[in-house]
Design a protein around this ligand. Structure first.
Ligand SMILES: NC(=O)c1ccc[n+]([C@@H]2O[C@H](COP(=O)([O-])OP(=O)(O)OC[C@H]3O[C@@H](n4cnc5c(N)ncnc54)[C@H](O)[C@@H]3O)[C@@H](O)[C@H]2O)c1
Length: 313
C-alpha cells in the first residue's frame, strides 16, 4: 500500500499518518499548511506542500508518488467560515476535492477514503433518534452542502470509472493536536482557554444561557481505527463514525474543567449561524464490520485536556 494523505499535517490527518507509518506503510502527505503544522508530522515523512486547488500541482504529486490509496482529509473545516464565504469553501472542498479525485482516477488508485461529515450532513437529528446512513442529506450550511456534493461525485465516479471508495461521516472529532485557534473543536478551544485562565463561550442550542448544542463526540483514535479499516480492507460505502451518544457543550466544558481542576468563567452567546441544535450518529453499520468506539467520553476528554496542558502552543 502507498497512501497519499491529503491534509496529513492537520489534526486527524496527522494521526492517520503516524498510524500508517507505525504499520510500515509507505506514506506521503499533501498539505498547504493553512491549518496544518509541520510539528504534527513524524520526522522524515515525505511531504508535498501543495494546495488541492492547484490542479496541475495535485496531478504532479500523483505522478511523483504513485499512490495506491488516497486518504482525503484536506478541507476548509469551519462551518461558520463556509456561511460567510461559501465560494471559498466550495473551491477547497468541492473543486479541490475533484482535483484529487481526477488525479486518483488517472493514476489508477485502488481505493479512496473521504473524510465526510456525520455532524453536519443530516441536518437536525430529532431528540431520542440517531442519524443513519440511509437518511437523506439535509445540509444546513455550505460546508455540509459541499461535503454532501463530494459524496455524490464519489458515487458518480464509481459508476463511471469503477472507483472504489469509502466515505466516513465523522461525528465531532476531538483529541490531541486539534487546532485550538480555529473555531471548530470545542474541546481544544476550552482546554486552551481554561489553561490560560480565559473565559469560555457557550453558543446557544435554542436560547442564550442553555446547555448548548448536542453532538456526538468521538475520540481521534477511534476515527483513525475507522480509517485503517477502510483503507486496509477497501470497504466500499458510506459509514457513520460516532459513539451514538450525545453530549451538550456544557457537558464538554464540565469534563474539561474537571480534568484540569479549574472553575470556568462562562459567557453565554446566541445561536451561531449554520449550527445545529442536535446531531447524534448511529454507528451500527460500521460496528457490523468489527469497529467500535473504544474511548469513553470522560477518559478521552481528560487525555485531550492533559495533552494541551503539557503541549501549550
Ligand atoms: N474535526 C472534526 O470534528 C471533523 C468532523 C467531520 C469531518 N471532519 C473532516 O475531517 C478532515 C480533517 O479535519 P481536521 O479536524 O483534522 O482539520 P484540520 O484543519 O486540522 O486539517 C485539515 C488539513 O487540511 C489542510 N488543508 C486545508 N485546505 C487545504 C488546501 N486547500 N490544500 C491542501 N491542504 C489543505 C490543512 O492545512 C490541514 O492540515 C476534514 O476533511 C474535515 O472536514 C472533521
Amino acid at each position: 500500500m502507498r497512501v497519499l494523505v491529503t491534509g496529513g499535517a492537520g489534526f486527524i490527518g496527522s494521526h492517520i499518518v503516524h498510524t500508517l507509518l507505525e504499520r510500515g506503510v509507505h506514506v506521503a502527505v499533501l498539505d498547504n499548511f493553512s491549518s496544518g503544522h509541520s510539528e504534527n508530522l513524524p520526522k522524515g515523512v515525505l511531504v508535498y506542500q501543495v494546495d488541492v486547488r492547484d490542479r496541475e500541482a495535485v496531478f504532479d504529486v500523483f505522478e511523483s508518488f504513485r499512490p495506491t490509496h488516497v486518504s482525503h482529509q484536506a478541507a476548509q473545516i469551519s462551518v461558520s467560515r463556509s456561511v460567510k464565504d461559501p465560494y471559498f469553501d466550495a473551491e477547497t472542498n468541492v473543486m479541490g476535492g475533484l482535483n484529487v479525485l481526477d488525479a486518483a482516477v488517472k493514476g489508477g488508485v485502488k481505493h479512496f477514503v473521504f473524510a465526510s461529515t456525520g455532524g453536519a450532513i443530516y441536518g437536525e437529528v430529532p431528540e431520542d433518534r440517531r442519524a443513519r446512513e440511509e437518511w437523506p442529506a439535509r445540509p444546513a450550511s455550505p460546508y455540509a452542502a459541499a461535503k454532501a456534493s463530494f459524496e455524490y461525485y464519489l458515487s458518480v465516479y464509481r459508476q463511471q470509472f469503477g472507483l472504489s471508495y469509502t466515505a466516513l461521516r465523522y461525528g465531532n472529532v476531538y483529541g490531541p493536536r486539534q487546532d485550538p485557534h480555529g473555531e471548530a473543536g470545542v474541546v481544544a478551544i476550552f482546554s486552551q482557554r481554561l489553561l490560560r485562565g480565559e473565559p469560555v463561550r457557550v453558543y446557544a442550542k435554542e436560547r442564550r444561557g442553555d446547555e448548548g448544542g448536542v453532538r456526538d463526540y468521538i475520540y481521534v483514535k477511534d476515527v483513525v481505527a475507522a480509517n485503517m479499516l477502510a483503507l486496509e480492507r477497501a470497504v466500499p460505502g458510506v459509514f457513520n463514525v460516532g459513539t451514538g451518544i450525545g453530549h451538550s457543550t456544557v457537558e464538554v466544558l464540565d469534563a474539561v474543567a474537571a480534568a484540569l481542576g479549574v472553575t470556568p468563567v462562562v459567557e453565554y452567546s446566541g445561536i451561531r449561524p449554520g449550527d445545529l441544535q442536535r446531531s447524534v450518529l448511529d454507528p451500527g453499520k460500521l460496528e457490523e464490520l468489527g469497529w467500535q468506539a473504544n474511548v469513553d467520553f470522560a477518559d478521552g476528554i481528560a487525555e485531550t485536556a492533559l495533552w494541551f496542558k503539557n503541549n501549550q502552543r
